[in-house]
Ligand binder design. Structure first.
Ligand code: BGC
Length: 348
């Protein structure tokens, strides 16, 4: 069967490979790929900056944002042949640490977790793959190909879940949200903010292309200037990982405000920061700054619910390119008008 593979650590090593059928030991459920979403993490892996192959090999099957259909499932599982499904990306560490032992592998405390298509486990950019039922999420057939957005939606649902929990530390009545970055994560973060009834602002550098209209039609406000111009907020979701924007984001939090960092940035970019002034502001305003990564099963369910509640025509606009497997190389390019590019293995 065909799979998109890469040699982690080697820039430009991505290729379409003929690989063996998935080993039944990999999981009781056999899934036929319909599509995989491409994200910044995939581009980092193909640039040789991130990722690890499964033990004993030097190539990794890419793909962690998945949508597929069940081909084989043992009796007694809450799944049937033909069901639409998405795979859970992270697997708990083998120890397991206390967080993983509680099913909160997204909070893994020892770093020994594995991630499909990213770290030590083959991904979903293969014609077929196997998973155990505990790592399969059913996708509402009404979502159709929008189901491929469940993984990024789960990441955003986790971030919001954490914001809600942190917000309960004291009385708090947030009203204004600032999302920095109008990529898929930023736009889905904005969606969940609007669904919570909050006033949402989205900042991105693009002044043209699909993003301003997508934000406007969500009922949010689009900004393309600086963070300062976009204004202070009770909740800030930083979704770019750009060092200069992160520092600005910290200053933009209102009293009692929460800043959630979701972008994984490359190290090495140093910039002067007035740590004393920043610390003073954070302390005197009871601000919380926290990082959020990945998602556990509850977040996949929350992400799926958010997608089901969204206007399907709005979600369709997030998928700006659908690329057949044969043209895989163009799916990995990042074009100015791209929001989410999806690599397609099959038709609905
Ligand atoms: C994925 C997460 C993953 C993170 C770090 C993101 O692109 O969506 O599931 O935990 O990368 O590897």
């Amino acid at each position: 069967m065909l799979a998109l593979t890469v040699a982690p650590g080697t820039k430009g090593s991505a290729r379409l490979d003929e690989v063996a059928e998935p080993d039944p030991a990999r999981g009781e459920i056999l899934i036929a790929a319909h599509s995989v979403g491409i994200c910044g993490t995939d581009r980092e892996i193909i640039d040789g900056l991130h990722g690890a192959a499964p033990p004993g090999g030097d190539r990794l099957i890419l793909g962690h944002e998945s949508l597929g259909r069940v081909l084989e499932v043992p009796a007694g599982r809450d799944l049937a042949i033909g069901d639409w499904v998405a795979g859970i990306v992270r697997h708990p560490d083998p120890v397991p640490c206390a967080s993983c032992a509680h099913g909160e592998w997204d909070m893994c405390a020892n770093g020994r977790y594995l991630e499909h298509g990213i770290k030590g486990l083959d991904g979903f950019a293969a014609e077929r793959y196997r998973l155990d039922a505990g790592f399969v999420v059913k996708v509402d057939p009404d979502l159709a190909e929008r189901g491929v957005l469940i993984e990024p939606a789960s990441v955003v649902a986790k971030a919001w879940d954490q914001i809600d929990r942190i917000g309960r530390r004291a009385f708090w009545a947030p009203s204004r949200v600032l999302v920095i970055g109008a990529g898929p994560i930023g736009l889905l973060a904005a969606l969940l903010g609007v669904q919570r009834g909050l006033e949402v602002h989205v900042l991105d550098r693009h002044t043209e292309g699909p993003k301003p209209g997508i934000v406007r039609d969500l009922g949010a406000t689009y900004h393309s200037g600086s963070v300062e111009e976009a204004g202070s907020a009770d909740i800030i979701l930083e979704c770019t990982g750009a060092p200069a924007l992160i520092v600005e984001a910290l200053h933009a939090a209102r009293p009692n405000g929460i800043v959630c960092l979701t972008g994984v940035s490359a190290p090495g970019k140093k910039m002067p920061v007035d740590t004393g002034a920043l610390n003073r502001e954070l302390v005197l305003e009871n601000n919380v700054v926290f990082g959020s990564v990945n998602a556990n099963r509850a977040h996949y369910d929350q992400g799926a619910l958010a997608l089901r509640r969204a206007d399907p025509r709005w979600l369709d606009r997030l998928i700006t390119r659908r690329v057949p497997l044969a043209d895989w190389a163009t799916a990995l390019e990042h074009r100015p008008d791209d929001v989410k590019t999806v690599l397609r293995f099959g038709d609905l």
